[in-house]
Ligand binder design. Structure first.
Ligand SMILES: Cc1cc2nc3c(=O)[nH]c(=O)nc-3n(C[C@H](O)[C@H](O)[C@H](O)COP(=O)(O)OP(=O)(O)OC[C@H]3O[C@@H](n4cnc5c(N)ncnc54)[C@H](O)[C@@H]3O)c2cc1C
Length: 389
C-alpha cells in the first residue's frame, strides 16, 4: 500500500455499500465517502422491488439473468430483508393476453420460474385487481426495503474495518500527471476541506458518474434517466403487481408496509441534481396504476418523488429511456481514457448491487495485484441496526 488507503470509494448508495463490503472481505483497507446521508441518492428512493427479472425477460435478457441470479443470492445473504410475496404479471386486455407467450418464452430463456393463473385464481390472491383481469403469471418478485438492505452491507463492512464517511463530498480528484492518487473532499459537518490519498479511486456515484469522472478528464457513457413514484395510503395488493406487457409508465404497484407505491415513468435529465417532479407524470401514475387496481384512483397520496436511474448509454435523439439496457459496466479509465488509478461502475439495478460490486472488486484487485476471491455470495449480512453500534 502506497497511500493511507488501498481504495477510496465515492458514493454511498447500494452500489458503494456492496463494494465496500466486498473489498474489506478481501482484506483491503477501504474508505467510502458520501456527500449526503447514506443511500440519499437513487438507492434510498427506488420502488423497492426485488426483481425476478420478469420485467426484462423479453427485451433485456442480460439484465433479466442478472436479476434472477441476484434475487436468489440476496434472499440467502440478507434474510428478513424481503417480503417473500412473489409478483404477478397481469393481463387486462387482449393485447396483454397476446403478449403472454412471448413473456413466458423470455422467462424460460432466462431461468425465471413462472406459474400461469386463471383470472379467478389471480383475483382470489389479489381481490383488488381489475375485475376485467384475463389471466396472470406468477414470478418470484419480492418487496425489499431499499434503505435497510444497503445499510446491512454498510453495517457488515464497518464491523470488518471499513471507514465510512457520510456528509463528505468529493470536490476534486488528486492527480499526478495522468494518475488519480486520491480525492479532495469537503466535510458538510465541519466545513473543512482535506485530501484522502489512495492507491485506487472507485467512482460509484450512479447518475452522477459522468460529473465525477469529468473531474479527471475521463468520460463515462451514463444517462441520468429519472422516473416518478407515487405512494398512496393503503396496502391495495400483497404481491408485487406488473402489467403483462412491454415495460411502460405506471405499470407496477409495489406494496410497502401500509402503503402502495405506483411507478414509474422515464425521461432524460442532463443534471441529476435538478430532476423536478412533473405533475403530469404523477397523474399518469394514478391513471395507469388504476388500470391494474381500480381502487388506487381515489387513494390519498402519501408522497410523490422522482429519482434518476444511472443507465448506460450515449446521448442520442432516437433512443428513449425504455430502450437503454438495465445491465451494468465497470470502466477502467486507464484503458478508456489513459487515466490510471480510477475505476467507474455504473448502470445496473438495486437488485444487482452485489454483482456490480463483485465485478468492480475483481477489477480493483486485478489492478492492485491482490489475489483474493469474492466471498459476498456466502457471507450473511449483519442487521441494518448494527451500523449504529
Ligand atoms: C424511479 C426508479 C425506480 C427504481 N426501482 C427499482 C426497483 O424497484 N428495484 C431495483 O432493483 N432497482 C430500481 N431502480 C434502480 C435503482 O434505484 C438504481 O439502479 C440504484 O439505486 C443505483 O444505486 P447506486 O448506488 O449506483 O446510485 P446512488 O444510490 O445514486 O448512489 C450514488 C451516490 O453518490 C453520491 N455522490 C454523487 N456525487 C458525489 C460526490 N461528488 N461526492 C460524494 N458523493 C457523491 C450521491 O449522493 C449518491 O448517494 C429504480 C430507479 C428509479 C429511478
Amino acid at each position: 500500500m502506497n497511500s493511507n488507503y488501498h481504495v477510496v470509494i465515492i458514493g454511498g448508495g447500494s452500489t458503494g455499500a456492496a463494494i465496500v463490503h466486498d473489498l474489506v472481505l478481501r482484506g483491503l483497507k477501504v474508505t467510502l465517502v458520501e456527500r449526503g446521508e447514506l443511500t440519499s441518492g437513487t438507492a434510498g428512493r427506488h420502488h423497492g422491488l426485488l426483481h425476478s427479472g420478469g420485467r426484462y425477460a423479453v427485451k433485456d435478457q442480460e439484465s433479466a439473468k442478472e436479476c434472477i441470479e441476484e434475487n436468489l443470492i440476496l434472499r440467502k445473504i440478507a434474510p428478513g430483508s424481503f417480503e417473500e410475496n412473489d409478483g404477478l404479471f397481469v393481463a387486462i386486455t387482449d393485447e396483454d393476453v397476446a403478449y403472454k407467450d412471448t413473456f413466458l418464452q423470455g422467462c424460460a430463456e432466462c431461468g425465471i420460474p413462472t406459474r400461469e393463473l386463471t383470472a379467478k385464481e389471480a383475483l382470489l390472491l389479489e381481490p383488488n385487481l381489475n375485475p376485467k383481469t384475463k389471466l396472470a403469471i406468477q414470478v418470484p418478485d419480492a418487496t425489499m426495503d431499499c434503505w435497510r438492505l444497503p445499510m446491512r452491507f454498510f453495517a457488515t463492512a464497518k464491523q470488518n474495518g471499513a471507514d465510512i464517511r457520510p456528509y463528505t463530498e468529493v470536490i476534486g480528484l488528486l492527480k499526478q500527471n495522468s494518475t488519480v492518487t486520491g480525492v479532495h473532499v469537503r466535510s458538510h459537518v465541519t466545513g473543512k476541506e482535506y485530501d484522502i490519498k489512495a492507491d485506487l479511486v472507485v467512482n460509484a456515484t450512479g447518475a452522477w458518474a459522468e460529473k465525477l469522472s469529468e473531474m479527471a478528464d475521463a468520460r463515462v457513457p451514463v444517462r441520468p434517466t429519472p422516473g416518478v413514484l407515487v405512494a398512496v395510503y393503503g396496502r391495495w395488493n400483497n404481491m408485487v403487481l406488473n402489467r403483462l406487457n412491454r415495460p411502460s409508465d405506471g405499470d407496477i404497484i409495489v406494496p410497502q408496509r401500509e402503503l402502495s407505491v405506483i411507478g414509474t415513468s422515464s425521461w432524460f435529465a442532463p443534471d441529476p441534481d435538478r430532476l423536478g417532479l412533473p405533475m403530469e407524470h404523477v397523474e399518469r401514475m394514478y391513471e395507469r396504476g388504476s388500470q391494474l387496481v381500480p381502487g388506487v384512483k381515489y387513494a390519498r397520496m402519501r408522497a410523490a418523488w422522482s429519482a434518476a436511474r444511472p443507465l448506460l448509454g450515449e446521448a442520442s435523439p432516437t433512443v428513449g429511456g425504455r430502450d437503454l439496457p438495465r445491465t451494468f459496466k465497470c470502466f477502467d479509465h486507464k484503458e478508456r481514457d489513459g487515466i490510471e488509478g480510477l475505476v467507474t461502475i455504473t448502470g445496473g439495478k438495486g437488485t444487482t448491487m452485489r454483482a456490480m460490486a463483485e465485478t468492480t472488486s475483481d477489477v480493483v484487485c486485478d489492478k492492485l495485484g491482490v489475489d483474493a476471491v469474492c466471498r459476498t455470495r456466502e457471507v450473511v449480512l449483519l442487521p441494518y441496526w448494527a451500523y449504529y453500534q
